[in-house]
Design a protein around this ligand. Sequence first.
Ligand SMILES: *Cc1c(COP(=O)(O)O)cnc(C)c1O
Length: 356
Amino acid sequence: MKIFNFNAGPAMMPAAVMERAQKEFCNFNNTGCGILEHSHRGSAFQGVLDKTNQNIRDLFGVSDAYDIVYIQGGASMQFAMIPMNLLQGAADYVDTGTWSSKAIKEAKGFGEVRIAAQSKDTQYDHIPAFSEWKLSDDASYVHITSNNTIYGTQYPSFPKTRAPLIADMSSDIMSRRVDVSSFGLIYAGAQKNLGPSGLALVIIRKDLVGRTPANVPTMLRYETYTRENSLYNTPPTFAIYMIGLVTDWMKEIGGLGAIEKRNDEKAALLYKAIDDSDGYFSTPVRKDSRSKMNVVFRLPSEELETKFLKRTSEAGMIGLKGHRSVGGVRASIYNAMPLEGVQKLVELMENFRKNN
Ligand SMILES: *Cc1c(COP(=O)(O)O)cnc(C)c1O
């Protein structure tokens, strides 16, 4: 039986990428050994790193005004590195869920954290309207979470801010076209849309790199990574190689325009199944804030949810259980999820509703 993996992260990888990695595993580029076994300072890995950086620049439209680096510790380490390097005095944060809250908690140790807007009061069911944000004149930066993986909300667009805009794009990076030039820094844990867990992709505007206070340790300074092209110490070479394959695949299927179209189509299909169910399936997320990456919904009772999750996994659709903090069902439909997987899920939803 064909398995469709709806896990939130680590998440499914494109089948073509997994197969290519397998094919090259023991013999990369006719070198007689795997990329895992190559020196990070040798030409084989250098080629991988250069290609991966270029793929990201081409696909995402990253200009020379930005550096691209890979930093271990995932997105969660960036929650601390950002204020350590860039918070001087005060920073504005927008609280749209669990991950925003974690970023806020880390920043508090390094300066004054101001909550410019939040949706906590309504159980994080929406992205606050930009017109209601209270941004401060003296903020070092404004921090947002572009897609809220647990609550299933997503920024439909981004605000123009005076202070550098910093976004945690862990769960929607390169799922759609974005104007990178309106951001000071973009970061993403790799395990949702890019590759293996354990590292973060960081895209940082060059003028922000030199702001770090002198007492910040070498490995926690952005300049250490930008100056050495992520090779100050041994980076997670295999994870970077996998991001290289994923971005190759993204180019092959037509780039972000094509990927965005696919993602729109998948999300529309799933939300239609929810909206057309006469309330049998329901989502707590406000319509203007619905995520195209993580679709969260509920059934009429927890018993039916348990039964539904059992049915889906029997049918080969795994990873649909909602996050333990909110319950319900969550379908994570990142770039790698084919339309076929969503069609199969929608079909099961309709049958389940008729029979239960
Ligand atoms: C998954 C996720 C994180 C955490 O990523 P780690 O790499 O596990 O630290 C942070 N932010 C968002 C939005 C996420 O989806």
